[in-house]
Structures are given as C-alpha cells and as structure tokens.
Design a protein around this ligand. Structure first.
Ligand code: PSV
Ligand code: MN
Length: 399
C-alpha cells in the first residue's frame, strides 16, 4: 500500500464508491426456482409481481443500493403495455423502479428450434414481435435497458446451419434496434452452453459484440459471470469491452461448475474484485452507464436473505476495488516490480472494508448490518405466513 494512502483517504474512497454504486435486483430472484431435478418450495417466495416488488422494496430499504428491479416480460409483464399502470403503482408503493426489461425468447413452444435464429421465418417474425413489444414496455415504463438472452442453438452437429443463423440474428436485432428510442439501450448476453449443448448461437463475447455492433450504436454487450467456460479470464473480457466502449452491463452471480447462479462472491470473491478493478481503471467515458445487475436463482437459501447478502457482498467488493492505489500500481507495473504490484493489489482485496461500509450506511440512515436488520425486522416471518398457502400449490410454476 502506498505510504500516503491514509486510513482517512481510504474511507473517503469507500464512501465515494458506495455513493455511486447501485445494483439491480431480478424479480425472478424472489420466486421459487429449482434445478431440472426438482424444486424445493419456500413458503415466503414471491408468487406475483406485487410480491416481487414488495420484496425488492424491502431489500432496497435495507441496503439503499438496489433501487431498480429487472423484469422478465413473460413472467412479470405478460399483458405487455397493459400492465404498465399497475407497475407504476407498485413502483410508488414500494419505492423501487422497474429496471431492465428482459424479453423471454426461450419458453414458448414455438422456440423449440430457436427464436431469432429459427429456420422458420414466421417464428423469427414472432421473436421480433416480442422484442418490439419489449421495447414498447421499456419506453412506457421509462426504463433504459432491454437485455436479450436467447437459448438458440443446436444439440447435434449437422442439424442446423450455424452460418445462416448468424444472418438471421443480425436481421432481427437490427430491426429491433431501429425501433429503440434515443434513451434506450439493447444489451446482448452470451452463453456458451445450456440449454443447447452442441452449439449456442451467441456463445461468447465476440459474437455478442459483433451482433451489437451490427445492430447499431445503442447496442452493447452484457456479461453474465456464470456464462463462461472454466478458467476463462472474465476481467480480461471486461477490459477489452471497456476498451471498445461496448460494455453494457453485468449479470452477477457465482458458480463452481457451470451456470450455477449462486449468490455473488460465494465461491470466488477475488474474481468480482478483479472485474471491478478493471472497471475502475478504465476511462470514465467507457465505464459510464454500466448496468450492474444480479442474476441469481439459487434453490436453498432464503430468497430475501440471499438477495440482501448479494447486494452487501457486491458493495463490499466494489469498495475494496475502490481503494486500490492505481497510481502506485501503474508505477510498479511499469517498473515490472511484480511481487510489489501483486501485493499492493492483494492488500486492497484483503482489507476488511466492513467497518467503513457500516459507517457509510449509518451516515446515510441505513441499517449498519442489513442482514441482521432483515432477520430482526420480521418481514420474512410475515411473508412466510402470508404466502404459505399460495406456495404450497405452486410446485409447477417457474416464475
Ligand atoms: C440465462 O441463463 C440467464 O442468465 C438469462 O439472463 C435469463 O434471462 C436469466 O438467466 C433468467 O433465466
Ligand atoms: Mn443472465
């Protein structure tokens, strides 16, 4: 650590970082989910958009860092713009706003062989129609981002034309981009496997970047931390996307094996720290407007506890990355003083920022320990009682 980096300046860096750091929570993170082997129902899980907004409002009340909720069109806004008034009322009631709009191009029966890359032009048209409707919903709710993830791909070699499908996706995304307003963005998410296991149509950041660039200037890449092969250097991808001014946002979650959707930093907190370091090292113009979002869907932890835990962990890791003395680090890197550079970097990672984060919370009128406040506040007990009956009968509904 640089000698002039006093405790006071660290505290200041942490507070400044926390004042600007916001992370969006997914509506689906409050609902019952499972693995393909089964579901374990939680009596407090949200079963409606009203309950999801209530839960999100409570998380934001405790953390002050998650003022927006990502919505999935099919699960949360099934009647399109007709639902907008209801959502606006919920925003007011619970003090959180709708955030990114997530079209659903993976659950309708028509999408069995793909959505925007389906060989059938009628189905591609249907996918475009859904994307255009999502653009409308975003506009009506005055949200900025539409995050696109498709499950398109194939399971066996030779069964689909990989190359023709590229052209079809280009067409659909360009048409969608043309419909967006100046203040809207289109985020393209990639994933190398699941549910397709031979080829995925948008498998990596290069493909997502190409499709975004082809679609138009308001399209960027969305990095889901669970969507990479083992060993992929995600922070390097982040550095490249920043360099290319093409980083739209993140879906944060953690994993041990595949797309496990575990809570943030539960397996590898150092990776999240390294990602934040790349962002904080980039020119402000490239890092401006990055959407930080949680995309978790674990099965066993209490939904509310898990969400608060992820928001708090994200704040702590962002704060740790904020105290890296980047000027000193650059000097050490340039002089190839490897161990000193690494130790400076690790020193920030090992710093226990929790007392500084707690002080920030208290100064902002928030509970010093949001998880303890959640436990003591009685919210979870209440929703478990209120929703018990609904949940007992909800074994088959994903959202
Ligand atoms: C797909 O694995 C994904 O990461 C996409 O972002 C979906 O919208 C989300 O999970 C929820 O299923
Ligand atoms: Mn995702």
């Amino acid at each position: 650590m640089a000698q002039n980096d006093t405790a006071q300046s660290k505290q200041q860096k942490v507070w400044e970082a926390l004042d600007r750091f916001r992370i969006e929570i997914p509506s689906w993170g409050f609902a019952n989910t499972g693995t393909r082997f089964g579901k374990f129902i939680q009596s407090g899980a949200a079963t409606s958009i009203e309950e999801k907004f209530a839960d999100a409002g409570e998380v934001n009340r405790l953390t002050g860092a998650s003022p927006t909720v990502a919505l999935h069109v099919l699960w949360d806004v099934p009647h399109g713009t007709a639902d907008v008034d209801k959502i606006r009322a919920l925003e007011k009631q619970h003090g959180v706003k709708a955030g990114s709009i997530n079209p659903n191009l993976f659950q309708s029966q028509e999408y069995k062989y793909g959505s925007m890359a389906n060989p059938n032009s009628e189905i591609r048209k249907m996918a475009l129609g859904h994307l255009l409707e999502s653009v409308e919903i975003g506009r009506a709710l005055e949200t900025r981002d539409i995050s696109i993830w498709v499950s398109d791909g194939s399971n066996y070699p030779g069964t689909q034309s990989i190359s023709r499908r590229i052209g079809w996706m280009e067409e659909v995304l360009s048409a969608m981009h043309a419909a967006t307003a100046e203040n809207q963005r289109l985020l393209v998410e990639y994933k190398p496997f699941e549910p397709a296991f031979y080829h995925t149509d948008i498998a990596d950041w290069g493909m997502a970047l190409h499709l975004a660039q082809k679609a138009g200037p308001r399209a960027k890449v969305l990095v889901d931390t669970g969507h990479h092969y083992q060993g992929t250097n995600i922070e390097q991808i982040v550095a490249w996307l920043l360099h290319l001014n093409a980083l739209g946002g993140f879906h944060f979650n953690d994993r041990k094996y595949a797309d496990d959707d575990l809570t943030i930093g539960s397996i590898d907190p150092y990776q999240v720290f390294r990602i934040f370091h790349e962002i904080l090292s980039a020119p402000t113009s490239a890092a401006e407007g990055i959407a930080y979002m949680i995309d978790q869907s674990h099965n066993l932890k209490g939904k509310m506890e898990a969400m608060v835990q992820s928001v708090v962990t994200a704040q702590e890791l962002y704060a740790r990355a904020a105290i890296v003395d980047r000027e000193e680090l650059t000097k050490l890197q340039d002089e190839c003083r490897l161990v000193e550079a690494e130790e400076l970097f690790r020193d920030s990672f090992w710093t226990d920022v929790r007392p500084m984060v707690r002080a920030w919370r208290e100064a902002r009128g928030l509970p010093g320990d949001p998880l303890a406040a959640l436990r003591q506040g009685g919210y979870v007990d209440r929703i478990e009682k209120e929703r018990e009956r609904e949940n007992r009968g909800s074994v088959s509904s994903y959202a």
